[in-house]
Design a protein. Structure first.
Length: 572
């Protein structure tokens, strides 16, 4: 998996070949210690982000929560301690949504302020592009100067001119460009001409490597734009809402023309690390580079893939004997196995070695998971945000009443009222994880976070239900989450015709309301249903479900796979 790229360069002192291998950075040494060259290639590490969209920490509901600004900061700090580092972001940094919903105003502004502060220090982001989510509060609210060569004619964005950044012994030219029709009403000027002009200027100022921060609506659009521009060595793309989830992040760079395209994972979940080595040759003889440790990197990757394949085989064998298994879920697992097997075969067939001459890069797509170490100062800044955002939300919601139901519409009464007639069901419920929903937020200090609370209380923001400041008797996932508001049912003593509550929830309720892939990655309806029905609560339904995996088993297997280790200095 070695790729060569002829890099156009005005400085003859540097080699002209870039190659990429999808492996972690390995030390590279010259082939002869007694030569006139006598030292390793000029090298620096490039960390690339895109479409962070306001995420400073992961949702804790998934088995392997990803995306944490304190862990990202620690990775960057550790790399800086070892050598030159450049951090860039293709844009889409500040807000989770565009437009920002009114109820999220306070926490979104606090979060945007925090990210802007952390990008200055400690991350020291050298160049930042513009994404659609950055513009949710208008051009004047983007907080940090942006790289953009083709802004709208009357733009009020704080724009930086294309820059040459000295990184160790290398000069890196950086500019930002947005494809036409990417942001709707944000009508940029002609991107190709503006980008070509920027590249010519950067080369004239001695840039050894040209890095482009590209924004487009899709990978296809990004590739088309990069190819038309030409002259780009490394492009980092932000794709708005089309940015990939972790499972879809490409572990290899895409070759576009004479350069490479890298797309980081969205919401800070996958950080792209690109180690670039620039081989000096000039009038010196070009010495062959030794193996860059790629074979060892390949072996490590194969071992990791084998471990995951073994786990998938166990899961699939279990599903093969379970007639109630969801075919869609099983198909997803089978597709994952096919993809992993193909990756393994490719790694076996193509050793990861450095090119014998010239310059090269390696790409490592790093999952920002709980096993990584945390930056203590950044982690404390995030905790302070949680406190400030919670206080601001409570203050804003204190005088906001719960929505009133229409005349004749039922309201939410809470678990205690249900228990008067359904004590067996309530006792069963107390043994399920739904009874711990509120406490999990309290433990994390996020019980007043709008991103979390809606799935940890009953009837959130529904007529006659709860809201952020008024939820005392509706905390946790109670009966009425599945069966609907019960005030009429209670008032009639359960004798109303037709019934005012649902005996069973609709099959898609859980998957569309809270157990989305983003927040509940192991969810499978019938498996999870086995955990919440049984003697005292849906005994007949439990018998119909029969044997098969339970939600607890699926989640435990996923948690075991993710591991229990928490990175050094991390509180969660």
């Amino acid at each position: 998996m070695v790729y060569e790229l002829a890099m156009r360069r005005r400085m003859a002192a540097f080699g002209v070949v870039l190659a990429a291998a999808c492996c972690s950075k390995s030390e590279v040494k010259d082939g002869g210690s007694g030569s006139a060259l006598g030292k390793p290639p000029v090298a620096f590490t490039l960390f690339a982000l895109a479409e962070v969209r306001g995420q400073i920490g992961p949702c804790g509901c998934t088995s392997d929560p990803l995306g944490d600004i304190s862990r990202t900061a620690q990775l960057v700090a550790e790399a800086r301690a070892k050598g030159p580092v450049l951090v860039i972001d293709a844009g889409g940094l500040l807000y989770s949504q565009n437009p920002v919903p009114p109820h999220l105003e306070a926490e979104e502004e606090l979060k945007a302020n925090l990210l802007a502060s952390l990008y200055k220090e400690p991350l020291q982001v050298a160049a930042l592009g513009v994404g659609a989510s950055d513009l949710a509060k208008g051009e004047s609210a983007v907080r940090l100067p942006r790289e953009l060569v083709n802004p709208p004619a009357a733009s009020k964005l704080p724009i930086e001119a294309p820059k040459v950044v000295q990184v160790g012994d290398a000069k890196v030219g950086v500019f930002g460009v947005i494809a036409e029709d990417s942001f709707g009403h944000f009508a940029v000027t002609a991107p190709v001409d503006a980008a070509k002009l920027a590249i010519t200027g950067l080369r004239g100022r001695g840039a050894d490597v040209i890095v482009a921060l590209v924004q487009a609506g899709s990978k296809k659009d990004a590739v088309a734009l990069i190819r038309q521009i030409g002259g780009i060595d490394v492009a980092i793309a932000g794709l708005g809402l089309d940015a990939p989830e972790p499972e879809n992040v490409e572990i290899e760079p895409s070759k576009v023309g004479d350069g490479w395209l890298v797309i980081p994972g969205n919401r800070g979940q996958v950080l792209s690390r690109i180690d670039i080595s620039l081989r000096r040759d000039g009038t010196h003889p070009v010495l062959p580079l030794v193996d860059a440790g790629g074979a060892g990197a390949a072996t490590a990757k194969i071992a990791a893939i084998d471990k995951r394949l073994a786990a998938l085989d166990i899961e699939l064998a279990k599903f093969a004997t379970d007639k109630t298994a969801d075919p869609t879920f099983v198909a997803t697992k089978q597709a994952e196995r096919t993809d992993l097997a193909a990756q393994r075969a490719d790694l076996v067939a193509h050793p990861l070695k450095a090119p014998p001459r010239g310059s090269y890069l390696t790409l490592d797509q790093i999952r920002i998971n709980k096993a990584l170490a945390c930056s203590a100062p950044v982690q404390e800044a995030v905790r302070a945000y949680d406190r400030d955002a919670g206080a601001a939300n409570v203050k804003a919601a204190a005088d906001k009443p719960v929505p009133e139901p229409a005349k004749g519409q039922a309201t939410y009464v809470g678990m205690a009222a249900c228990g008067d007639c359904h004590s067996d069901e309530v006792e069963f419920w107390k043994k399920t994880v739904h009874t711990q929903a509120w406490q999990t937020l309290v433990d994390r200090g996020q019980q007043f976070d709008y991103e979390c609370i809606g799935c940890h209380v009953t009837g959130f923001d529904k007529p006659g239900g709860s809201n952020l400041a008024h939820n005392d008797n509706l905390r946790d996932i109670q009966c009425e989450t599945c069966h609907g508001p019960a005030s009429i049912h209670v008032a009639k003593g359960g004798e109303e015709k037709p019934p005012a509550v649902k005996r069973s929830p609709s099959p898609d309720l859980c998957a569309t309301q809270c157990h989305t892939h983003e927040h509940s990655d192991t969810f499978q309806y019938e498996a999870y249903l086995r955990d919440i029905v049984g003697t005292g609560h849906g005994d007949e339904r439990r018998k119909q479900l029969g044997d098969g995996p339970t939600g607890h088993e699926l989640r435990k297997a996923a948690l075991d796979k993710a591991g229990k280790a928490i990175g050094a200095g991390c509180i969660r």
